[in-house]
Design a protein around this ligand. Structure first.
Ligand code: UDP
Ligand code: MG
Length: 323
């Protein structure tokens, strides 16, 4: 940790999907906080193809505050894509990513920035609690994080997307070509001098959570398969288990044949056919899913498509680093 008290531009990235009610408050609270602390900053809103007036509201903020910029996607590409678009737009010496609904307490940005000044390159926000959720959601989240933690070798149970990244960490992430980038895990996976800041998840003040059961399930499956080949190994494991069973059953059937009771067991045959048939199809499905992922990656389509941009007055040039 060489330098102390360095001053550098802080980029704040806020993904926003149908957040017309939250955007003005986010711009005001974060802008006020950082100006008050004399931290040079820019605020980048990424409108993830919202269907409400989020984009107009972002443009209005850019008109009011010179530090505010906005990027609008051509359609909804998801939060991960929005985060990466924000990172690609950021010009700061460090960048902080947080939710636009302010469930990630903005005051913590100051603490994160101080830690960055002390020389840390990745400052992770970790949740002290998960906020209010129903028990089923908590159970699903626990299962998801234990799988992801196993796959990455990093404890992800309290991880969040609330992170501050040094320029070098941002550039490392942007250089990754994978389309299914899972920000929360990748930003830990890249390493660097890392520390953590605890925060309490705040209740959402406006609007509602953008996650449905379906989108959460898709999110879990996509991210598990993008980080882990364990389901493929499960196929092998299933094969071994079925093989062991078949050895036992084989010996038993042979014994029946030898002792002359071989005609029995028609039900067993049907059950075995059904069981093995379904196991085979599930395994093919898992393999097929990974092939689909490879197909998606190999097509090399962009992670997102930018439809429009806006800048607060006083900005020059444009960071054209979108991928
Ligand atoms: N978000 C996004 N694209 C999406 C869904 C969500 O950019 O497709 C943003 C959303 O606007 C918010 C953040 O991601 O800033 C977290 O979303 P939300 O509050 O709905 O999730 P939760 O806090 O319930 O996990
Ligand atoms: Mg939220």
């Amino acid at each position: 940790m060489e330098e102390t008290n360095k001053i550098g531009l802080l980029s704040v990235v806020l993904p926003a999907y149908n957040e017309e009610a939250s955007v003005p408050r986010a711009a005001q609270v974060i802008g006020g906080l950082l100006s008050g602390a004399d931290i040079p900053h820019e605020i980048i809103f990424v409108d993830d193809g919202s269907r409400d007036h989020t984009w107009e509201v972002i443009q209005a903020q850019a008109g009011r505050y010179p530090q505010v910029r906005g990027v609008k996607f051509s359609r909804n590409f998801g939060k991960e894509a929005a985060i990466f678009a924000g990172l690609a737009q950021s010009r700061g010496a460090c960048t902080v990513v947080l939710d636009c609904d302010l469930q990630h307490p903005p005051e913590k940005i100051l603490e994160m920035y101080r830690l960055w000044q002390e020389g840390y390159q990745v400052v992770e926000g970790v949740k002290t609690s998960r906020g209010k959720e129903n028990p089923l959601h908590t159970l699903a989240a626990k299962t998801f994080y234990s799988v992801i933690s196993n796959a990455t070798g990093i404890d992800m149970s309290r991880a969040s997307d609330f992170k501050l990244l040094d320029r070098r960490a941002v550039d490392t992430l942007l250089a990754m070509r994978e389309k299914n980038a899972f920000f929360r895990a990748l930003s830990s996976w890249i390493g660097f001098q890392t520390t953590q800041v605890e925060f309490e998840v705040q209740p959402r003040l406006e609007g509602e959570s953008k996650w449905s059961l379906r989108s959460l399930t898709r999110y879990a499956v996509t991210n598990i398969t993008s980080f882990s080949a364990a389901p493929l190994q499960l196929v092998t494991l299933l094969g071994v288990v079925v093989f062991l069973c078949s050895v036992v059953l084989g010996i038993w059937s042979l014994w029946q044949k030898v002792t002359g009771q071989a005609l029995e067991g028609f039900t067993t045959v049907i059950l075995l056919q059904l069981l093995i048939g379904s196991i085979l199809m599930i395994c093919l499905g898992i393999i097929g899913y990974y092939i689909a992922k490879i197909y998606e990656e190999i097509k090399d389509r962009p992670r997102y498509i930018v439809a429009e941009r806006c800048e607060g007055q006083g900005h020059e040039g444009n960071a054209e680093k979108d991928i």
